[in-house]
Design a protein around this ligand. Structure first.
Ligand code: PLP
Length: 388
């Protein structure tokens, strides 16, 4: 037991790479090492073919076209490119941006940065279930609004925002719609056409792919989105993001997406079962509150607040058996309660005493049982220690 690592249940932070992904990537580190931009020899052609195939797989996954995919280093960079790139390209049309208080910091921080440059940003609140109130969105729209950014699936509470309805509201007013789909790709169906999405951020490492690779979908037709590049150089990615393409990561990203989509139905069913089991097991003791909408959420995500325990003591008590995040861990070094849980209206102690379970592809029924039992015992022991 001593040298054994805890059970990994932090799948909303990152996921282990699927061995099938690694296998697909390996040749592109060694003998298929060419630069996909080298058009004068076979090494380049080989890499270019792999990138082309990867681009097609990603585009198909979201019902876009390959020319609309811009590879980036991950969703953080994709969000920065989308938000700053649109702001810079459209500032003469307007300087108002709408987003949501519960977004990932990779959306919130670029928006706050734009405020320092003179942009006006509305950070909409959410309802107690984590969902955006569409009436509030409609009311926030102005003649000078250029962009609405609302995430597909929340990284802390897994809540799925109504993208189709948001897209409709934006399209009617000819306002661009960006969604951070880092947590959603290959976990729930995504369609940039029916959802009327103009820009979509993606990443590989939340879906059993490699870290350091992501993409931004940028619509080219109806409407054609203008985007100011944030990294200039060799003109790759149609001038939208310079830098030599990272072929092995792109191959791995595409493989991860293909695997995720191929197993979507069966895996969703399995994760839903594990999650309901975990919730039922844990709520055998009183004073446990589910955070976020009970149904409109990612199948593998469970987030609960726990009464009458200290958040850090709880995490400390659990860490030898299970690796997970609390409601304060998302901004890593921060000990502030989660802005997402506060956004739901949870009082600070409950926002602080929370656990985020991210159940994933490699978790088993036995692991879930073990974690639930241990969590119950730990919570009860802590409560007794305060009472005594
Ligand atoms: C993980 C995550 C990000 C950051 O993605 P990276 O690829 O790690 O940069 C952004 N948004 C959401 C919702 C995430 O879950």
């Amino acid at each position: 037991m001593k040298n054994q690592k805890p059970i990994y249940l932090d799948g909303n932070a990152t996921t282990p790479m699927d061995p099938r992904v690694l296998e697909a990537m390996l040749p592109y580190f060694t003998h298929r090492f060419g630069n996909p931009s080298s058009i004068t020899h076979a090494y380049g052609w080989e890499a270019e073919a792999a990138v082309k195939q990867g681009r097609q797989i990603l585009a198909d996954a979201i019902h876009g076209s390959p020319e609309e995919i811009v590879f980036t280093s991950g969703a953080t960079e994709a969000n920065n490119l989308a938000i700053k790139g649109v702001a810079e390209a459209y500032y003469q049309k307007g300087r108002h941006i709408i987003t949501v208080q519960t977004e990932h910091r990779a959306v919130l921080d670029p928006c706050k940065y734009l405020q320092t440059l003179g942009f006006d940003v509305t950070f909409l609140p959410v309802q107690s279930d984590g969902l955006l109130d569409l009436k509030e969105l409609e009311q926030a729209m102005r003649a000078d609004t250029i962009l609405v950014s609302v995430m597909a699936a929340n990284n802390e509470i897994g809540v799925l925002q109504p993208l189709e309805k948001i897209g409709e509201i934006c399209r009617q007013r000819e306002v661009l719609f960006h969604t951070d789909a880092a947590q959603a790709i290959a976990k729930i169906p995504l369609d940039v056409e029916t959802m009327k999405v103009d820009l979509m951020s993606l990443t590989a490492h939340k879906i059993y792919g490699p870290k350091g690779i992501g993409a931004l979908y940028v619509r080219r037709r109806n409407p054609r989105v203008q985007l100011a590049a944030q990294i200039q150089g060799g003109g790759q990615e149609r001038g939208k993001r310079a830098g030599t393409l990272y072929t092995p990561q792109i191959v791995g990203f595409a493989k991860a997406v293909a695997l995720g989509l191929g197993e979507l139905e069966s895996e969703t069913k399995r994760l839903l079962e594990l999650r309901s089991q975990l919730l039922a097991d844990i709520t055998q003791i009183p004073g446990i509150h589910l955070n976020g909408h009970p149904k409109k959420r990612l199948p593998g995500n469970l987030n609960v607040s726990i009464e009458e325990v200290d958040g850090s003591a709880l995490l400390l008590g659990l860490q030898s058996v299970v690796a997970l995040s609390s409601g304060s861990a998302c901004s890593s070094a921060s000990t502030e309660p989660s802005h997402v849980l506060l956004g739901l209206g949870r009082p600070a102690p409950l926002a602080y005493a929370s656990l985020r379970f991210g159940i994933g592809r490699f978790n088993t029924v036995e692991e879930i049982h073990k974690v639930a039992q241990f969590a119950r015992a730990t919570i009860q022991a802590l409560r007794q220690s305060y009472a005594g």
